[in-house]
Every structure is written in structure tokens, then in C-alpha cells.
Ligand binder design. Structure first.
Ligand code: PMP
Length: 379
């Protein structure tokens, strides 16, 4: 019998959809996949070359648990320059981004304490909160996914400890303005909470500007900022990212890291060091994503029966639809009848929606969304 703590955890919804796709592909079907959220590009060559060169030179050993000092320094520099966050190497812990979400909660939350989660949220947050023995409290946002602080106030209890969100947002593509984030910071400070700010899509913004709430002076001791290399540099398989936080949280998280992962993979840390010098590849990929975003938006807008918040960042669109059909049923029908993979909205806290990851070729976008249109026309 497995533990009740793990028994209550779901398998990742996005991963189940891509497993299903693999099955259909093996059966000889062409699948149009808008399922999994990862860039289709290969990691830029100079990053791979540098990591391999370092490996050949013998950098294949354990590193310090918090990360190679030179990388921590480079990340602190990047935080100052790009995010306006006043950090030194001692505020940085190098670790895969999803693991850093776990480390942040493990370090902040006592069993039963509550974490506010604005919906729609990243699909893994509820289970990561559960796994770390916290209690998820979902808070609604308005029709433009803006925070409603009057409403949010109602969800505060003596057990509320943190607020967790990502910006740009997976799944909606929303990019919060500095004004909205300053108002969020006021709410965090008024209620003496921690803010866990997942900024993994920070480089993929097509409209609006990145603003990191950790840059607000009063928020310095209250914010854990997370980011990583997966999305910006097409490095999902390298499993490398980082958290930037006040010293006590970094020390706590580092203890957990020592007794779990030991350290992030050495080779990936060298790859990350090179990546931080490479603004050019990021800009090129962003340009391609911008074209795909425009194409996706224009095609989705043609479909009768769906509504669309126009995404400003990340590589997702999150249409809502007006039928009574459950979103898991809709996704399964799209897969079985039209060979198109989308991810249902319910696991993101938004029933009646589905998520499209447009991190795929323009040909797949055209054909796949064409098929979605046929599906809606035949409903
Ligand atoms: N946060 C968000 C919002 C994400 O979308 C993802 C990846 N889908 C992660 C964290 C995890 O990133 P990584 O795979 O680099 O651990």
C-alpha cells in the first residue's frame, strides 16, 4: 500500500495526453499535438558544445549542493540586470524549476497551512501543494484574469501562508502589468504572506513587459522568485533552473536539496552558464513563437462557439467554449475523431476551456486548428 500522501496525488494531465498521443502514433496515425508545453527547438548548439567540453574536461562530479558558485553569481547578476531584483549568489539555489517549486513550499509551509492559488493555475500546483502537505485555496480572477482583491480577502484565514502564481501565465498566456503586480504586493504585505512567483516564461512576452514583484524593496524578504532554462533556451531535458529567495529560505531549501537531489546535474549547470550569455537564441525563438501566436490567435478567432483571451506571453492559448460538454470529453473526442491533442481546462481550475500549446510548427497549427474548427462546426 502506498502512503496516503502520495495516493492523493494525480498524474500530470499534460503527460497523460502525450502518452495517449504516443499510443496513436505507434498505431500509424498522424497526430496534431497541442498537448505538451515545451519548445520544439533543439537546445542552441553552443550551449550543448560548451556543456560537453566541460564534461570532457572532467566536470562530471558532484557540485556544491546550492550550485556551482560561478553560476550562482551569474544568476544573481541576471536577476539584477533583467529583473531588477537585488540578489547576491547567496540568495540563489540552482535546481530544476519544478523541484524548486517543491523546495519553496517544503521550506515555507507547515502541514495544513494554506496556499492561495489564483485560477486558472499551472496544472501541477495543486499536487505540488498537496505533496508538501499544504492546503490549496483556489481564488477566482475576473474575466481578464485580473486579481480581485476584495474577493481574495475573503479567502484569508489565520492559516494562510503563501500566494503562488506564474507570470506569464500557463495556461492563459496572460502577462500581468506592473500596476497589477504592485497591487498584489500590497495584498501580500497587508496579509503577511509569502509570494511564490514562478517566472519561467519571463523571456516569452509578445505584448506588455516583464515585471518581477521581488524587485519591490518591501517584498524582498517575502518573495521566492523561480525561473529556469527550459522554456527560454529550449532546455527542458537538461532539468535546470533556480530559485532566488531570502537567505533563510535558501538555507532551508538547500538542506532539503542535500537530502534529496544532492545537487543539480553538473553538466546542465555548465550548459546554463553558457545559456546566460546567449540573448540571441532567445530572441530568435521568441520571434518564431510570436509568429505562431499570431497565427494561432487569428485561426481560433474564426471558430464559432469559442471565446479567446488573446495571449500576451508563454506559448499557450486557452479558449473557452459555450457548449455544455465536459472539457475532458471534448478533448478525448478531438483526439479520437480528429487526431488533435489539446489539454482539458478543468485540471487548470477552468472547466469549459481547453489549452493549446502552440510550441509547434506553423503547418501543424494550420492543420490542427482547422480540425478543431471542423469539430466545433459539427457539434
Ligand atoms: N512552472 C510552470 C508554469 C511551467 O509551465 C513549467 C513547465 N511546464 C514548470 C514550472 C516546470 O519547469 P521545468 O520543466 O523546467 O521544471
Amino acid at each position: 500500500m502506498v502512503s496516503s500522501r502520495v495516493n492523493g496525488i494525480n498524474e500530470s494531465a499534460t503527460v497523460s495526453m502525450s502518452n495517449k498521443a504516443a499510443e496513436l502514433k505507434a498505431a500509424g496515425k498522424t497526430i496534431y499535438s497541442f498537448g505538451i508545453g515545451e519548445p520544439d527547438f533543439t537546445t542552441p548548439e553552443e550551449i550543448i558544445d560548451y556543456a560537453f567540453k566541460e564534461a570532457r574536461e572532467g566536470k562530471t562530479h558532484y557540485t556544491p549542493s546550492a550550485g556551482i558558485m560561478e553560476l550562482r553569481e551569474k544568476i544573481a547578476e541576471k536577476m539584477k540586470k533583467k529583473n531588477n531584483i537585488d540578489a547576491t549568489a547567496s540568495n540563489v539555489l540552482v535546481t530544476p524549476t519544478k523541484f524548486s517549486l517543491n523546495l519553496a513550499l517544503y521550506s515555507i509551509i507547515d502541514p495544513g497551512e494554506e496556499v492561495l492559488l489564483p485560477a486558472p493555475y499551472y496544472v501541477s500546483y495543486p499536487d505540488i501543494i498537496k505533496l508538501n502537505q499544504g492546503k490549496m485555496i483556489t481564488v477566482p480572477t475576473d474575466e481578464n484574469y485580473e486579481f480581485d482583491f476584495q474577493e481574495m480577502k475573503k479567502y484569508i484565514s489565520p492559516k494562510t501562508k503563501a500566494f503562488m502564481f506564474n507570470n506569464p501565465v500557463n495556461p492563459t498566456g496572460k502577462v500581468y502589468s506592473e500596476k497589477s503586480l504592485r497591487a498584489l504586493a500590497d495584498f501580500i504585505l497587508e496579509n503577511d504572506l509569502y509570494l511564490i512567483s514562478d517566472e519561467i516564461y519571463e523571456d516569452l512576452i509578445y505584448k506588455g513587459r516583464m515585471f518581477s514583484p521581488g524587485s519591490i524593496e518591501e517584498m524582498k524578504d517575502k518573495t521566492v522568485t523561480l525561473s529556469g532554462f527550459s522554456k527560454s533556451y529550449a532546455m527542458t531535458g537538461w532539468r535546470i533552473g533556480y530559485m532566488v529567495a531570502p537567505l533563510d529560505i535558501i538555507k532551508a531549501a538547500n538542506k532539503v536539496q542535500q537530502q534529496t537531489l544532492t545537487c543539480a546535474p553538473s553538466i546542465s549547470q555548465y550548459g546554463a552558464m553558457k545559456a546566460l550569455e546567449d540573448e540571441e537564441s532567445v530572441a530568435k525563438m521568441r520571434q518564431e513563437f510570436a509568429k505562431r501566436r499570431d497565427l494561432t490567435v487569428s485561426l481560433l478567432k474564426e471558430i464559432d462557439g469559442i471565446t479567446l483571451y488573446e495571449p500576451e506571453g508563454a506559448f499557450y492559448a486557452f479558449p473557452g467554449y459555450s457548449t455544455e460538454k465536459a472539457d475532458d470529453k471534448l478533448s478525448m473526442e478531438l483526439l479520437e475523431k480528429y487526431n488533435v491533442i489539446v489539454t482539458p481546462g478543468s485540471p487548470f481550475g477552468a472547466p469549459g476551456h481547453f489549452r493549446i500549446s502552440y510550441a509547434t510548427s506553423q503547418d501543424v497549427i494550420r492543420e490542427g486548428i482547422g480540425r478543431i474548427e471542423k469539430y466545433f462546426n459539427n457539434l
